[in-house]
Ligand binder design. Structure first.
Ligand SMILES: NC(=O)c1ccc[n+]([C@@H]2O[C@H](COP(=O)([O-])OP(=O)(O)OC[C@H]3O[C@@H](n4cnc5c(N)ncnc54)[C@H](O)[C@@H]3O)[C@@H](O)[C@H]2O)c1
Length: 253
């Protein structure tokens, strides 16, 4: 059920962090994986260099899907992973900053799902996994803008899941909701607290956060990639519009 042999996948934002781990795990399970990023760097996937792709740009999506169609002839899996965070108090956050994070975290997924659907449907269907966050389910200090976008991803996914299922497209759409993951993005949330003198250094801040999780540690990127693999594979074949939380038990307290 977890085999992805013969499947073709696109993982956005896969130059590093969670996207990198997801691309690796999908490839390990047999998929032909295309990776893309706004800053592709030297990283490679099974298909060679990462594709240059700013997920806020419709024309970039069109070019990336055209390239995948030309090289692989189909698309079975789309992982909308690219995203940013904004660790800032609500009263100090400008509307321009909200609009920027909204474009990168939400509008990108809107465009990606709209453009992926015809290519997936042509090949008999597919599965889309959208990266939300526990901040799409819960509140946190300095996360108002980020939460607004991740909550939007959660409900956008459910809305599209209904239409794709009822429309008989054979495309499932689900969200993954990680708690803090040890990546550049995940660790950036600690910077304001360290700057304010709440913690002596990064290690002290990391230990404090780890202790607040029932499982006692941060997630690593592989923890999240396993959940994405499940939703990308036939192991989740009767699941659509669902939300899978990967947070070491944080949200059950
Ligand atoms: N790390 C965490 O604690 C955590 C928790 C919950 C959810 N998430 C979500 O998981 C996803 C990945 O996070 P991460 O921790 O790996 O982040 P990261 O910062 O390590 O990596 C994000 C990648 O996305 C790329 N990216 C950013 N803007 C882009 C754009 N406009 N177009 C294309 N690529 C772009 C970056 O270049 C980078 O390679 C994000 O959607 C994030 O919100 C992360």
């Amino acid at each position: 059920m977890f085999s992805l042999d013969g499947k073709v996948a696109l993982v956005t934002g896969s130059a590093k962090g969670i996207g990198r781990a997801v691309a690796d795990v999908l490839e390990d399970h047999g998929a032909l994986v295309f990776g893309s990023d706004i800053a592709p760097g030297e990283e490679k996937t099974g298909q060679g260099p990462l594709l240059q792709h700013d997920v806020t740009r419709e024309e970039d999506w069109t070019r990336v899907f055209a390239q995948i169609a030309a090289q692989a002839g189909r698309l079975d899996i789309l992982v909308n992973n690219a995203g940013i965070i904004l660790n800032k108090p609500f009263l100090q956050t400008g509307l321009d900053e909200l609009r920027n994070i909204q474009r990168i975290n939400v509008e990108s997924i809107w465009i990606g799902m709209q453009q992926a659907a015809p290519l997936m449907a042509e090949g008999g269907g597919g599965t889309i996994v959208n990266l939300s966050s526990i901040y799409g389910q819960l509140a946190g200090p300095m996360q108002a803008a980020y939460s607004a976008t991740k909550g939007a991803v959660r409900m956008l996914t459910k809305g599209v899941a209904v239409e794709f299922a009822r429309g008989g497209l054979g495309i499932r759409v689900n969200t993954v909701h990680p708690g803090p993951v040890e990546t550049d993005l995940g660790l950036s949330g600690l910077t304001p607290a360290i700057a304010a003198g709440r913690f002596a250094d990064l290690d002290a801040a990391k230990a404090f956060v780890a202790a607040s999780f029932p499982m006692g540690r941060w997630a690593n990127t592989g923890d999240v990639a396993g959940a994405v693999l499940f939703l990308a594979s036939d192991a989740s074949r009767f699941m659509t519009g669902t939300e899978l939380t990967v947070d070491g038990g944080y949200s059950i307290l």
